[in-house]
Design a protein around this ligand. Structure first.
Ligand code: AHR
Length: 500
C-alpha cells in the first residue's frame, strides 16, 4: 500500500460565509412507509401517547436536524391539506395518485407540527400547485400562522392548537418541471401560479419565506432555463430561494467515478447560483434568491416499477434503498459541497428520513441505522460557524464521467477557537498522509474526532449485522501547531480542533 501526502492549508481570514444550520435539514413525505410504520405507528410497542414511534424519534434526534420538509415531494402535488386536519375519525381515506397508494390522513398538519416540536425541528411545508390552487395554499398559511379571529386560524384553534404553528418556510409546489408531476406545466405557466401563490401567502403572513421550484435535476432538459425563467418572473421578493434536487448512484459499479461526483454536485450548485446572480443583475436588485437543495441523496437501486407503485396499498414498501459504505461517503461529499458553497446554499434536506431512501429503517418493532446515518451525523453534529476557503495540494485522478478530482475531498468550518475539518480520502488504494495547517494560528489539540471506515466499499448494515458500517472515535491525529494523520483508503474523518 502506497502512502501519499496531502496538504490542507487554511487561514482564518479567508472565509466563505456563515454555514447555515439549515443545510442539515431532512424531508418526510407521505410515501411508502415513511409516515405510517415510520415516524407514526400507534400500533407499535414503541408508540408514545401521540402514536409517534419513540425508537425512530430517538434515532432521528441523533441526526440533529434543524428543519424538516413535509408532506412531499410528488405527494404534495395532489394533497389537499384540509383532508388531514380535524377529528381523525372524520378525515377521508383517499386514493393517492403520486405513488398509487391509500392515504388515510391520520397524520396531517397538526401531527407534523407536534412531531417537529418533539424533535426541535423547524417545519417547512410544500404547498400543492399541481392539483391545488394558490388560494388553497394561502389558506394553509392562515391555518398555520395566523392568530385566532379568522376562518382558518379559528379552525386550527378548534382543532386544539390555540398557538399558531409559525411555519417559516414554504415551498411553492414540487418538481413542477417533471412530466411525472401531477399538474406538471411549462415554466411560464408555473411561474404565474407560483407568483400568485407567493403573493397571497406572503400577503397572509409577511414573515414567511418561499422556495420556488427549480428544475428537478441537473439531467433535466429544463435545467438552467427553467430556473432563470422562474426567477425572472418572481424575483427574490417572491422567491427567497430556488430549489435544487439531486439523486445519485453507482449503477455501473465504478467506484472511482462515483466518488468523483462531487465535481458535478459543485457544478449544479454553481450553475443555479449563476442563474440567481444573473437575474439579480438583470433586475438591478440588491437581493438575490439563495439556493434550497431540498431533496438530495443516493437513490438508484430501488427505482421505478414496483418500487414506485403502491398498487393501491396502504403503507407499501416503496423505494426502500439499502445503503453501503461508498454511499455514505457520497452523502458526506454532498454535505461538504454545501459547506463549501455556504454563500449560496442556505437550506438542504436529506431525502428522506425513515424507510423511504432513508438513514433509518424499521422492520416490525425493530430499527436499523444505515451507513448514511453515520456519515450525516458526523458532520451535522459539528455544524455552527463560518466556512473557510482552502488550498489542497495532493494527487488526484481523472474520472471517466466527472473529470479530474483530487484524492482529498474536504470542507472546514471555523467557530471562535474551534476548527472543524472534514476530510475524505477518496483513493481506494493509497493511504493519505494529511497535514492540516492554519497560516495565522496554531492547532492546539483535538477536542473530538470520528472516523467512518469499513471493510469494503460494498459493506452494508442490515438487521442481522447492524454495525458493519458505523462511525467510531478516532485517535490518529498528531498535533504540533499543525495536525497530521494517516487516513486509510476511503476513510472519512470529521474532527473538531481547538486553536491557540
Ligand atoms: O423523494 C422521492 C421523490 O423524488 C419525491 O417525491 C420527488 O420530489 C422526487 O422525484
Amino acid at each position: 500500500m502506497t502512502v501519499k501526502s496531502a496538504e490542507l492549508a487554511l487561514h482564518t481570514d479567508f472565509t466563505i460565509d456563515t454555514v447555515d444550520d439549515r443545510i442539515f435539514g431532512g424531508f418526510l413525505e407521505h410515501m411508502g412507509r415513511s409516515i405510517y410504520e415510520g415516524v407514526y405507528d400507534p400500533d407499535s410497542e414503541h408508540a408514545d401517547e401521540d402514536g409517534m414511534r419513540t425508537d425512530v424519534l430517538d434515532a432521528l434526534r441523533q441526526l440533529e436536524m434543524p428543519l424538516v420538509r413535509y408532506p412531499g415531494g410528488n405527494f404534495a402535488s395532489g394533497y389537499h391539506w384540509l383532508d388531514g386536519v380535524g377529528n381523525k375519525t372524520s378525515r377521508p381515506v383517499v386514493r393517492e395518485l403520486a405513488w398509487q397508494s391509500i392515504e388515510p390522513n391520520q397524520f396531517g398538519t397538526d401531527e407534523f407540527i407536534q412531531l417537529c416540536r418533539k424533535l426541535d425541528w423547524e417545519p417547512m411545508l410544500a404547498v400543492n400547485l399541481g392539483t391545488g390552487t394558490p388560494e388553497e395554499a394561502r389558506n394553509w398559511v392562515e391555518y398555520c400562522n395566523a392568530q385566532a379571529g379568522t376562518k382558518f386560524a379559528d379552525m386550527r384553534v378548534k382543532n386544539g392548537n390555540p398557538i399558531p404553528h409559525a411555519v417559516p418556510i414554504w415551498c411553492l409546489g414540487n418538481e413542477m418541471d417533471g412530466p411525472w408531476q401531477l399538474g406538471h406545466v411549462p415554466a411560464d405557466e408555473y411561474a404565474i401560479s407560483a407568483q400568485q401563490a407567493a403573493k397571497m401567502m406572503k400577503g397572509c403572513d409577511g414573515s414567511i419565506q418561499t422556495v420556488a421550484c427549480g428544475s428537478s435535476g441537473h439531467q433535466m432538459p429544463t435545467f438552467g432555463d427553467w430556473d432563470r425563467t422562474i426567477l425572472e418572473k418572481l424575483g427574490a421578493g417572491l422567491a427567497d430561494y430556488i430549489s435544487l434536487h439531486r439523486y445519485v448512484g453507482n449503477p455501473d459499479g465504478n467506484l472511482t467515478d462515483y466518488l468523483a461526483i462531487s465535481n458535478s454536485i459543485d457544478q449544479q450548485i454553481e450553475t443555479i447560483d449563476a442563474c440567481a446572480r444573473y437575474v439579480q443583475g438583470k433586475r438591478r436588485s440588491t437581493r438575490r434568491s439563495y439556493l434550497c437543495f431540498d431533496e438530495w441523496n443516493v437513490w438508484y437501486r430501488a427505482r421505478g416499477g414496483t418500487h414506485s407503485d403502491g398498487q393501491g396499498q396502504f403503507a407499501p414498501h416503496l423505494i426502500e434503498e439499502r445503503y453501503n459504505f461508498e454511499d455514505a461517503l457520497v452523502v458526506a461529499m454532498f454535505l461538504m459541497s454545501f459547506i463549501r458553497h455556504a454563500d449560496s446554499v442556505k437550506i438542504a434536506n436529506l431525502a428522506q428520513l425513515v424507510n423511504v431512501i432513508a438513514p433509518v429503517l424499521t422492520r416490525g418493532d425493530h430499527l436499523l441505522k444505515q451507513s448514511i446515518f453515520y456519515a450525516f451525523r458526523m458532520i451535522s453534529i459539528r455544524k455552527g460557524g463560518v466556512a473557510l476557503r482552502h488550498s489542497i495540494a495532493c494527487d488526484g485522478y481523472e474520472s471517466s464521467t466527472y473529470g479530474h478530482v483530487k484524492d482529498l475531498d474536504s470542507a472546514s468550518i471555523i467557530e471562535g477557537n474551534l476548527l472543524k475539518v472534514f476530510a475524505l480520502n477518496r483513493n481506494p488504494e493509497d493511504v493519505m498522509q494529511l497535514r492540516v495547517s492554519i497560516a495565522d494560528r496554531a492547532i492546539g489539540r483535538v477536542l473530538s474526532s470520528d472516523i467512518l471506515h469499513a471493510e469494503s466499499a460494498e459493506a452494508s448494515n442490515d438487521f442481522d449485522n447492524p454495525e458493519a458500517v458505523i462511525s467510531t472515535e478516532y485517535e490518529g491525529w498528531t498535533v504540533k501547531n499543525d495536525a497530521t494523520t494517516e487516513i486509510p483508503p476511503l476513510g472519512l474523518i470529521a474532527t473538531t480542533f481547538e486553536m491557540t
